[in-house]
Design a binder for this molecule. Structure first.
Ligand code: 3PG
Length: 207
């Protein structure tokens, strides 16, 4: 399983109620999005990952906002199938590699990309994408580093996603626009399904 190859967009989700996890993930799946990143920014995140992993085997559930080795281990135990971090340290990279799961370590500079490559990983999250140079930065990375693929995330919208997805070194983009807090709070699953269907239809250069 490679998280970059599943859907054009990885929905980046903050959940406060683990009871919403399965209906939310089911709505994304029904809309054609087969992947979800549940960020470890709330106490609900690990139970949410557990429930999605147990009840929706067709959904690739991952854990995001991994900041420490302990969080990498806890997310793995909860059943996460991939791990995402917003940035890197040598310690965190080693912990991510030790899980054996597909990982998207967060980078925004060439030196950070080289550090991740030293740990044997070639797929990364480009974060925060818009404020770190956006598509121009990714085009610049592709000259010396054409073997590295990215999931740009941070400030990407439905209007700008296509520009990123047209790049040869972008597998998919990440974004929170598919799962707005207000829509989750209202349990408006048909709305999530429509947002997912629009995102699933975005064309990719590399698929
Ligand atoms: C992330 O954690 O990856 C970002 O907060 C998501 O960025 P966005 O809210 O700008 O889509």
């Amino acid at each position: 399983m490679n998280p970059l190859d599943i859907s054009p967009v990885i929905p980046v989700v903050v959940l406060d109620d683990p009871g919403k996890a399965v209906p939310l993930a089911r709505a994304l799946l029904d809309g054609g999005i087969g992947i979800i990143e549940v960020t470890l920014r709330s106490a609900a995140a690990l139970p949410a990952i557990e429930r999605i992993a147990a009840e929706l085997p067709d959904m690739a559930v991952g854990a995001g906002t991994i900041l420490t080795p302990a969080q990498a281990a806890a997310a793995t135990s909860a059943g996460a199938r991939f791990l995402v971090s917003p940035g890197v340290t040598a310690t965190l990279l080693q912990a991510l590699a030790d899980t054996g799961l597909p990982c998207l370590p967060g980078v925004s500079t060439v030196s950070q990309i080289l550090t991740v490559l030293e740990h044997g990983m070639t797929d990364m999250k480009f974060f925060p994408a818009e404020s770190s140079g956006g598509t121009k930065a990714l085009q610049s990375f592709n000259g010396p580093l054409p073997h590295v693929r990215f999931c740009p995330t941070g400030g990407i919208t439905p209007a700008t996603a296509s520009d990123y997805l047209a790049l040869p070194n972008v597998g998919c983009v990440g974004g929170s626009w598919l799962t707005p807090d207000s829509v989750i709070n209202d349990a408006d699953w048909p709305r999530i399904r429509r947002l997912a269907a629009e995102a699933a239809a975005l064309p990719r250069a590399t698929s």
